[in-house]
Write a protein that binds this ligand. Structure first.
Ligand SMILES: CC(C)(COP(=O)(O)OP(=O)(O)OC[C@H]1O[C@@H](n2cnc3c(N)ncnc32)[C@H](O)[C@@H]1OP(=O)(O)O)[C@@H](O)C(=O)NCCC(=O)NCCS
Length: 214
């Protein structure tokens, strides 16, 4: 059932919701549900093409009879950081455990990938507190900022809280898009090392050495 077909008066039993990896056939439901909450900034707007391209990031929750209840995505920045994105449950299925199961599945997926740091920006931190997330300074998450915030119309009026589960990432891999080699941009929060720096291929400025290669 497409998200647009549902109404608040139609109660969907989500108590026995199961969560599975999304398939391309789920993309329309995901697109409609995510964008139904993008107008007020609850979720980032995502194009249909973007959802199809990244459908392997998504998990979906469905009822025992296979009705689509909600979705959530895990974006991998790298071994240092993943992000929960586009997590949402249909209004008529809220409060019955589907959202929690989706979030748990995304956390498990991050752990299966060996990623301990999971972040997101949200207006409802209380939901994420239930699952071990804590509020973080957003400048500790430069990858997220470079991926989404730079192009966001709310850049200077953001009302979202940055949250992290697990350790803060020690490295970052994204930089401003106008710079040709973003991986060489030195990030500002304390010192967040580039992965090549950690491996000894780059020596940070001010350490007495210029860029070195082994
Ligand atoms: C947030 C959302 C996905 C939760 O889904 P849900 O199916 O209603 O959540 P669950 O029923 O699995 O709740 C799990 C737990 O979180 C709690 N919880 C749910 N929504 C909450 C909220 N908005 N604030 C605080 N706690 C919340 C529940 O009470 C429950 O706690 P319990 O285990 O102690 O009983 C859903 O409300 C939603 O789609 N919201 C709109 C989209 C949104 O804001 N997404 C987050 C963007 S970052």
């Amino acid at each position: 059932m497409a998200a647009s077909e549902s109404t608040a008066s139609t109660r969907v039993r989500a108590g026995g919701a199961t969560v599975r990896q999304a398939k391309l056939q789920d993309a329309v439901n995901i697109f409609e549900l995510v964008n139904s909450l993008s107008g007020d900034g609850t979720l980032l707007r995502r194009s249909y093409a973007d959802i199809c391209e990244n459908v392997r990031d998504f998990s979906v929750a469905e009822s025992e009879s296979g009705i689509f209840l909600g979705c959530g995505a895990l974006h991998l920045y790298g071994p240092h950081l993943a992000e929960v994105r586009s997590i949402v449950v249909k209004p008529e299925a809220k409060g019955q455990g589907a959202g929690g199961r989706l979030l748990r599945a995304l956390i498990d997926e991050a752990e299966n990938q060996g990623v301990l740091s999971v972040c997101m920006f949200t207006r409802i931190p209380d939901f994420f507190f239930h699952f071990g997330f804590r509020v973080a300074d957003r400048t500790t998450l430069p990858d997220k900022i470079y991926k989404d915030c730079q192009a966001c119309p709310r850049l200077y009026a953001c009302d979202e809280v940055a949250m992290v589960r697990g350790p803060l990432p020690r490295i970052a891999v994204l930089g401003p898009t106008r710079i040709a080699q973003p991986e060489l941009v030195k990030l500002q929060v304390g010192h967040i090392a580039h992965p090549m720096e950690e491996s000894g291929l780059i020596v940070p400025e001010g350490s007495g050495s210029s860029v070195t290669k082994r």
